[in-house]
Design a protein around this ligand. Structure first.
Ligand SMILES: *[C@@H]1O[C@H](CO)[C@@H](O)[C@H](O)[C@H]1NC(C)=O
Ligand SMILES: *[C@@H]1O[C@H](CO)[C@@H](O)[C@H](O)[C@H]1NC(C)=O
Ligand SMILES: *[C@@H]1O[C@H](CO)[C@@H](O)[C@H](O)[C@H]1NC(C)=O
Length: 185
């Protein structure tokens, strides 16, 4: 039952305003990216087989939860139920986590990534990034696996603490943009 609460808490956090305001800097360790998916099986298999992630939390659900409030339905939305299923996958080498959530009432964001510029033209989360030790090798392997390379390898903007970086964009089967970046120290 413990596991079952996790996606609800995550969604609840999105819906409720946060109250904390402190003068001291917060200590924030990056933990995971959460993606609302159209097809949980498809996406889970891709992150598993193509990016090498393994289940951290097995698929939970399906379970019912109140439908997200919409402002188009003026009555009775509280009693409507959605079904939710979720899984967390982790990269066994680096510990990077991706969380995939499927909600029966979700709608398509039509976020088909033709180019990184087109994706950046939609406000909100644009991409997430993984650092790789050898970008050329990573892109070569992903191409062999049939992954869509949205933007080929390019020189990145100079970082304060790095001599240079190179990056490329790929997309998962549902068009979510993933940047791969190699940094030279
Ligand atoms: C989801 O993806 C799987 C695996 O690719 C496929 O077999 C299945 O038909 C898909 N389900 C739907 C509802 O599209
Ligand atoms: C994912 O891949 C690993 C090996 O690459 C495998 O052990 C694991 O069972 C796969 N499936 C899931 C759902 O993690
Ligand atoms: C519903 O949402 C739209 C877009 O956010 C807004 O313009 C509209 O005023 C809202 N309608 C109601 C009844 O709240």
């Amino acid at each position: 039952m413990k596991l079952f609460q996790e996606p609800i808490l995550l969604l609840a956090a999105l819906l409720s305003p946060t109250a904390t305001a402190s003068s001291s800097a917060l200590v924030l360790h990056f933990n995971h990216v959460g993606i609302s998916v159209a097809n949980l099986t498809l996406q889970r298999d891709w992150y598993n087989q193509t990016l090498g992630f393994s289940s951290l939390i097995e698929v939970v659900g399906p379970m019912e939860m109140p439908a997200a409030p919409t402002n188009s339905s003026t009555s009775g939305s509280v009693s409507e139920l959605s079904t939710i299923q979720a899984v967390q996958l982790q990269n066994p080498t680096t510990g990077a986590i991706v969380e995939l959530i499927w909600l029966s009432s979700s709608i398509s964001a039509s976020r088909i990534s033709i180019s990184s510029a087109a994706a950046a033209a939609v406000q909100g989360l644009f991409h997430f990034a993984y650092r790789v030790p050898d970008l050329n090798r990573a892109i070569r392997k992903l191409k062999e696996d049939g992954v869509h390379v949205v933007q080929p390898i390019a020189q990145g903007a100079p970082y304060t603490n790095h001599d240079q970086s190179t990056f490329a964009y790929i997309s998962d089967p549902e068009g979510n943009l993933i940047e791969l970046i190699q940094m030279e120290y």
